[in-house]
Write a protein that binds this ligand. Structure first.
Ligand code: PLP
Length: 448
């Protein structure tokens, strides 16, 4: 028998299967293009960093959500949540798809009007509506979602001398099994405040109670919470009908559906754990059609989903500024995207993809933004390939909230681009310049 040849033993890290102490195993996926357009070319032409939105993705996601609901319930109306992303171009895409506007301030209300939305297709939410805002909304026949008794009494007062009836709904908060409970907006269901508000409205001559509204929270991972909420609103609609012989025209389930981003501290990626539009639709519509509401009086179902509709359509593209070793020898990569423009990095573990071929080797890396501030951390720890200065990267799923909650801090805000349906790139918001800030500021005479 021939002597076996010696082979030196090797230790191989198993890359498949269960997560290790760093989380799920990552293989290096790259994202050199967005909708077939080279990331490198986009950055060269429009500067780094830059936000990019996909019109196709916005429309596809909207249509998917609409299909999930309209195939299960006869009367569906979406209203675009302006605060999630109120770039005019974005709002106009949703309005073109048939969405109404959902606004939470006078500023957003005026924006919707200037985007061509008729007043009668605006849902006006939020705790801060001035008398001026309320008068405008009453005159335009908008739907006012009352947040508190002070607002209810203001509306009663404001309608004393007009012949116009105010079209109102109330926002209702409740225990849906999601904690902490969002009980600071609207009237509480369990303690009877919501029923009290309904009774006061029904007895006010110049107010017409058209709807019941709730928005139970944001990034809600449980479809069942919506079933609980919809049942409670249906119950109030039935009680209102029984006592006043009055039909509630719509039930508005607000927003709050989770997007596919991964929350900080989550064990599994959001794309594997979030309910689908079908899951949410099944829960909400089942609760409504199985309620005691008479079939002839089935209310319109309004949805104000924001995050889940637009997150996936947004990308931010950027450039590596430097690499360095931290005092404990960990690698850190400094990039030109900071938390000032990527506000959501405070609560998401954003995925970051190299935009060019790179080494297969990855290392536990901290990714920092360019700000001279300790809080400017995009990822505390990510298994990341060894990108070099000047290399590009893409962060997907940044369409929701970043382009409204961003702050002008240390650096100027970048261009926002839209890849339209013909794959043309359109600037939909110009990058800021020093001129923009000069225009707003004044230097007193003695300091000139
Ligand atoms: C913010 C908000 C929405 C949208 O919430 P998402 O979590 O982005 O879906 C809808 N309705 C109201 C009243 C809101 O304040």
């Amino acid at each position: 028998m021939e002597k076996l040849r010696y082979e030196r033993p090797v230790i191989n890290k198993i890359k498949a299967g269960v997560p290790d102490k760093f989380g799920m195993q990552t293989k290096v996926e790259i994202m050199p293009e967005i909708e077939g357009i080279s990331v490198k070319d986009i950055l060269k032409e429009y500067g780094s960093p830059v936000f990019v939105l996909s019109e196709n993705k916005i429309r596809e996601t909207y249509q998917e959500a609409h299909r999930a609901f309209s195939s299960r319930y006869p009367k569906i109306q979406f209203a675009w949540s302006y605060k999630t992303n109120y770039l005019d171009a974005v709002c106009k895409i949703y309005h073109d798809e048939g969405s109404w506007a959902e606004v939470v301030s006078g500023f957003e209300y005026d924006k919707a009007i200037s985007n061509g939305v008729p007043g009668s297709k605006i849902l006006f939410n939020g705790p801060d509506k001035s008398n001026e805002d309320l008068v405008k909304a009453i005159d335009n026949g908008s739907f006012i979602h009352i947040d508190h008794f002070d607002e209810l009494y203001s509306i009663i007062r404001l309608t004393k001398n007009t012949d116009k009836k105010a079209k109102v709904a109330i926002r209702i908060n409740m225990d849906t099994g999601i904690y902490p409970q969002w009980d600071r907006f609207g009237f509480n269901y369990e303690n009877g405040e919501a029923w009290n508000a309904i009774n006061r409205i029904m007895l006010s001559e110049n107010l017409e109670l058209v709807g019941l509204h709730t928005h139970i929270g944001t990034y809600i991972m449980s479809a069942n919470a919506y079933a609980v909420a919809a049942s409670k609103l249906a119950e109030l609609a039935v009680r209102t009908n029984r006592k006043f012989n009055h039909n509630i025209k719509y039930i508005d389930m607000g927003g709050g559906f989770a997007s596919k981003n991964t929350l900080k501290g989550a064990y599994l990626p959001g794309k594997d754990t979030c309910p689908s539009f079908d899951d949410y639709a099944e829960a909400i519509t089942s609760a409504l059609i199985n309620s005691e509401i008479a079939p002839d009086n089935l209310p319109i179902l309004f949805l104000e989903t924001g995050r889940a509709l637009i997150d996936e359509a947004g990308y931010i593209l950027g450039t590596v500024l430097a690499n360095k070793r931290l005092s404990n020898a960990r690698r850190s990569t400094i990039v030109d995207v900071g938390v000032n423009m990527l506000f959501t990095s405070f609560w998401y573990e954003h995925e970051i993809y190299p935009a060019q071929e790179c080494s297969l080797q990855t290392e536990d890396t901290a990714i920092y933004g360019p700000l001279c501030m300790n809080i400017d951390v995009l990822r505390e720890a990510i298994q990341f390939p060894l990108l070099q200065k000047g290399d590009h990267f893409v962060i997907p799923r940044v369409g929701a909230y970043n382009m409204t909650q961003w702050m002008q801090f240390i650096t100027l805000r970048p261009n926002i681009l839209l890849i339209d349906r013909n794959k043309n790139i359109q600037i939909i918001r110009d990058k800021e310049t020093n001129e923009v800030f000069k225009r707003q500021e004044r230097v007193p005479e003695h300091l000139k």
